[in-house]
Design a protein around this ligand. Structure first.
Ligand SMILES: [Zn+2]
Ligand SMILES: [Zn+2]
Length: 187
């Protein structure tokens, strides 16, 4: 029983570790000029520029596999199954994050959290990319002072997610409280 609790606790700690990495990777590798040109940053700049571009899944799987082996073996040798559970929690939430982030761009949110997460993330995309770096949680934005509450988000038409606009190109009624669409070149 206690070992089950320990394994569950380790997996939760691993998931929490992912939320921190999500913030660090996005803020510093994705948006800090001092690290310009790093492989994540190059893909991420393109994600911002094109809106519907995501780095190839095969690249992500390759990195996840390297991390799984590179960290999994020493974690097991050092602390046994608890170390593996921690890594499983980390990689498990990482995988969920990848699906979740993609769905933010491809599907309207379900429920309060789904809508909040989209507004938080699209504020980052379209209002100020120096803020709201967290995708699954605002926790680290709050810790590091980059959290901004969302008012309305002016979305450039060219980058507007598919779910936001109706066939005539207007913001769907369900989203008008939070989003506007604007024409013009500035992204
Ligand atoms: Zn995004
Ligand atoms: Zn970004």
């Amino acid at each position: 029983m206690s070992s089950t609790v320990a394994l569950a606790g380790a997996a939760l700690a691993g998931a929490a570790t992912w939320t921190f990495l999500e913030y660090v990777i996005h803020r510093w590798l994705g948006h800090d000029g001092r690290f310009r040109g790093n492989p994540f940053g190059v893909e991420h700049v393109r994600h911002h520029a094109e809106g519907n571009y995501f780095a190839p899944t095969i690249k992500k799987l390759a990195v996840a596999a390297i991390v799984a082996v590179g960290l999994g073996a020493p974690a097991y040798l050092l602390v046994g199954a608890v170390g593996v559970a921690w890594l499983a929690g980390l990689l498990g939430l990482y995988g969920a994050y990848e699906v979740f982030h993609r769905r933010e761009h491809t599907h309207a949110g379900i429920g309060r959290y789904g809508r909040w997460a989209r507004a938080h993330h699209f504020h980052h995309h379209f209002v100020d990319p120096r803020t709201n770096h967290g995708v699954t949680t605002p926790l680290w934005d709050l810790v590091f002072g980059t959290y901004r509450p969302v008012a309305t988000i002016p979305v450039p038409r060219r980058l507007a997610p598919h779910w936001l606009l109706d066939a005539a190109g207007a913001v769907r009624p369900a989203h008008t409280a939070r989003y506007t669409v604007r024409d013009g070149k500035r992204a």
